[in-house]
Design a protein around this ligand. Structure first.
Ligand code: KIV
Length: 263
């Protein structure tokens, strides 16, 4: 069984780390049978599961429910749970309460966005034995500051600031950092400068591993395809075909058939 300390071993051994998002027990039960290294209960669930237009709508209650469901299906996997919007920016007590709900729901670690104003909390959590994953670059909870879901760290100055933030997160005790939508050369130089691993999304191959939103990987919404996401199946079309097959069978009195009921 893989554990949080393995992340450091993977970085040292240059073993690429694999991570996908997961939000429910049905999916995590399947993922539990795969070799994927870790599951991220991302606050992207506010968008891809609940249909909101940003992650700002995720709450601690929502994240705890999705974390608990994911854990029930995947007892063997490392699970990282996202701290939702503003849940770590109030008092230490309130932030600790939010962390406690996610850890009790079954997370092995929590992830939070940006470094400024977070390092003291991160150090406290790490001191308390709670592994913390950082997240820099396109941090979706700051979508309004960025003016949309746009690539970050595009200038030398911005890349330098991002590097400094990554070093701050490492110093505060993060065991890993997600880098989202920054240029490949920036992601690579940040990865080289850190002792801890980076997990990239939309930043090319120069990170210590990759994470994808499972809906993008499976093609659950073919109308929405981030340019960096590789789709491994067209699940939405397969679902449409299956449902149409079922409807046709019911209408043609083909279902239920012999062996599918007791006469
Ligand atoms: O919420 C999420 O799915 C994430 C990944 C995109 C890294 O934070």
């Amino acid at each position: 069984m893989k554990t949080i300390p393995d992340f450091q071993k993977w970085k040292v051994a240059r073993t690429p780390i694999t991570m996908v998002t997961c939000y429910d027990a049905a999916t995590s039960k399947i993922l539990n049978e795969t070799s994927v290294d870790a599951l991220l209960v991302g606050d992207s669930c506010a968008m891809v599961v609940h249909g909101y237009d940003s992650t700002i709508h995720a709450t601690v209650e929502m994240m705890a429910a999705h974390t608990a469901a994911t854990r029930r299906g995947a007892p063997d996997k490392v699970i990282v749970a996202d701290m939702p919007f503003l849940s770590y920016r109030g008092s230490v007590d309130a932030s600790t309460q939010a962390v406690s709900e996610l850890m009790r729901a079954g997370a092995n670690a929590v992830k939070l966005e940006r470094s400024k104003g977070n390092c003291e909390l991160i150090s406290r959590l790490v001191e308390a034995g709670i592994p913390v994953m950082g997240h820099l670059g396109l941090t979706p909870q700051s979508v309004h500051e960025f003016g949309g879901f746009k690539m970050q760290a595009r200038t030398d100055d911005a890349a330098q600031i991002l590097l400094e933030e990554a070093l701050e997160l490492e110093e505060a005790g993060c065991f890993s950092i997600v880098l989202e939508c920054i240029p490949g050369h920036v992601a690579e130089s940040v990865t080289d400068a850190l002792a801890i691993p980076t997990i990239g999304i939309g930043c090319g191959p120069g990170t210590s591993g990759q994470v994808l939103v499972i809906n993008d990987l499976l093609g659950l919404d073919s109308r929405f395809q981030p340019p960096f996401a590789r789709r491994y199946m067209d699940a939405d079309q397969m679902i449409v075909r299956s449902i149409e097959g079922y409807c046709e069978d019911v209408r043609e009195l083909e279902y239920p058939g012999e062996g599918e009921y007791k006469p």
